[in-house]
Design a protein around this ligand. Structure first.
Ligand SMILES: [Zn+2]
Length: 332
């Protein structure tokens, strides 16, 4: 621990540095964003690709880019006060004015099949300019979309299925699509156009999913859809929301999909009613059942909307859970 005078010395020398000639030379001579270094500024994120092993399988988390949802509001996290929401984010160095959810798609190479879980929100700026990066990041990971054998849609929300692409821009010509019939039926139902909040999803989702019907395999609870990949019905967020237990050589990864959208707000308060759930009460009950299982069995999870790359563990903590991000591997 530094003593008070050390801290003051640090503050003093930092201030001196910032007002000194070195700082003036750095900030004064160059325009913002320029560099005199031997490499230029890139002004672009490095490819968002994260690789790990799971027994004999190889996993890669691939980002479609973050969703910036604006201010974190009570109507999304029902049951929490605005004060709790703001303080929780602020105390964790996150901005209450910019609620950010990642889109961590998961690619599993079983050795025999390339299996992609969810596709992000796809092109277009309905969800902002930071999204729609899946295909570029997939290619950066050395995978062509045409190489993918199976696309598993955990549920038919825009940020999970619209990235399949539409018509000539359909991205996965050689893949079978795995999802529940319940979600296909719900999210392509024209009578749901009038629903508040969700109604605007219906027509674009029809355009994405209906042409793919003959490629679809409808998933059932408990079914091993591909060797080592087992479906687990986790309804509430949507009627057919499904999580996946992925196992190879005794190692297990639980793909939570959207059981929780925020690693702090929802995990600390799992009984909350989440504003984007079609059945928020069922969503909360399912969330608690699933995360109790994850905590008891000490499973590794991958969570679609948690901070990149969304891999970690869950322990019970007070009335909720604590999410502990796994250290990121820099070598396999
Ligand atoms: Zn989602």
């Amino acid at each position: 621990m530094p003593n008070t005078s050390d801290v003051n010395d640090f503050a003093f020398s930092r201030r001196k540095l910032l007002t000194g000639s070195a700082a003036l030379a750095t900030f004064g001579a160059l325009g913002i964003g320029q560099a005199a270094a031997k490499a230029p500024m890139t002004h672009a994120a490095a490819p968002a690709v994260y690789r790990f092993k799971l027994g004999a399988f190889e996993g890669t988390v691939i980002s479609d880019g973050p969703l910036h949802l604006g201010p974190a509001k009570r109507d999304l996290f029902q049951g929490l006060t605005q004060e709790v929401i703001d303080h929780t984010l602020d105390d964790n160095f996150l901005s209450p004015a910019d609620l950010t959810l990642e889109q961590n798609t998961l690619l599993i190479n079983t050795g025999d099949k390339l299996v992609l879980f969810d596709t992000g929100v796809g092109p277009g700026d309905a969800f902002g300019k930071s999204t729609g990066r899946l295909i570029a990041n997939l290619k950066a990971a050395g995978v062509e979309p045409g190489d993918i054998d199976a696309v598993v849609i955990t549920h038919a929300h825009p940020d999970h299925c619209w990235g399949l692409g539409v018509g000539a821009a359909y991205h996965f010509p050689n893949a079978q699509i795995y999802m529940t019939q319940a979600d296909l039926d719900f999210w392509t139902d024209e009578t749901k156009r009038s629903l508040p909040l969700f109604g605007s999803f219906i027509d674009p989702t029809r355009a994405v999913l209906l042409p793919l019907r003959d490629r679809m395999v409808f998933v059932k609870d408990g079914q091993e859809i591909l060797p080592g990949i087992q479906a687990m019905a986790t309804p509430g967020h949507t009627v057919g929301h499904t999580s996946y237990i992925i196992t190879s050589e005794g190692q297990t990864l639980f793909n939570t999909a959207d059981l929780a959208h925020h690693s702090l707000l929802v995990m600390q308060n799992p009984k909350m009613k989440f504003g984007f759930d079609t059945d928020p009460e069922q969503g909360a009950a399912t969330r608690i059942r699933a995360f109790d299982m994850v905590a008891a069995q000490k499973l590794t999870i991958v969570a679609y909307h948690f901070p990149w790359p969304g891999i970690g563990h869950v322990v019970k903590h007070g009335d909720g859970y604590r999410y502990i991000a796994a250290p990121m591997l820099t070598a396999l």
